[in-house]
Design a protein. Structure first.
Length: 225
């Protein structure tokens, strides 16, 4: 995190999942202010380069906010980035801040992606899913509403991700809390630990090629017969 104004922090953590909170927060924030969840690009550059080796990949940034991640990735050679956020306030700010960097900025809810199937080579979520999970309750036994909400995000990402594409999710959430939300028959899930003292985690979901996905589904069907 950088340049955090403590006056914009929510009264309750569950406000992190609401558009009202983020619109108000961004309205009070100068468009040049940068806020990065967890890790800066310099700290995860190796991970991103490994997970997305093709610099020409079409990348979708879920819940971009006012992070510098997209700008930093652009400067590292990733020039085909689509940034979305449900806050029109921050999208307008980012369009102005990055007017000399030709990336796409769109107002869109990550729970209702408007793209066709198999549209992106890579999708990145750095902390956005965590905001959806900031509800009161037991982390060991999340509510059905939370489970359904997160499922919408992951299902949407799975749908618009191309075969052999990568969904990269970076979070402080430990595997025993997060893996349950990410398992899908259509992709392989790997987990990498980031940091040495306070750990963050990268969940790398690689979508199977269509032929492999079909074979895997048939194997599961055979096991059930």
């Amino acid at each position: 995190m950088r340049d955090i104004d403590l006056t914009v922090l929510p009264k309750n953590n569950d406000e992190y999942s609401t558009k009202v909170y983020w619109d108000e927060r961004y309205s009070k924030t100068d468009h040049n202010v940068v806020f990065d969840w967890f890790k800066t690009y310099s700290e995860i550059k190796g991970l991103v380069n490994s997970a997305i080796p093709n610099k020409q990949a079409k990348i979708l940034m879920l819940g971009c906010g006012n992070s510098s991640l997209s700008e930093d990735m652009y400067n590292d050679g990733y020039h085909n980035i689509v940034n979305i956020d449900f806050s029109e306030v921050v999208i307008t700010q980012m369009q102005e801040r990055c007017k000399d960097t030709p990336m796409q900025w769109q107002v869109m809810d990550i729970l209702d992606l408007k793209y066709p199937d198999n549209e992106f080579d890579a999708i990145i979520d750095k902390g956005t899913m965590d905001a959806l999970m900031c509800e009161k309750g037991d982390v060991w036994d999340p509510s059905q509403e939370l489970i359904a909400t997160v499922k919408k995000e992951v299902d949407g990402a799975e749908r618009v991700l191309k075969p052999s594409g990568v969904f990269l999710y970076i979070t402080f959430g430990q595997p025993h809390f997060r893996k349950r939300f990410l398992y899908r028959d259509s992709w392989e899930l790997q987990v990498e630990t980031l940091g040495t003292s306070f750990h963050y985690f990268a969940y790398i979901c690689t979508k199977r090629p269509l032929s492999h996905a079909t074979s895997h589904t048939l194997e599961l069907v055979d096991q059930c017969l």
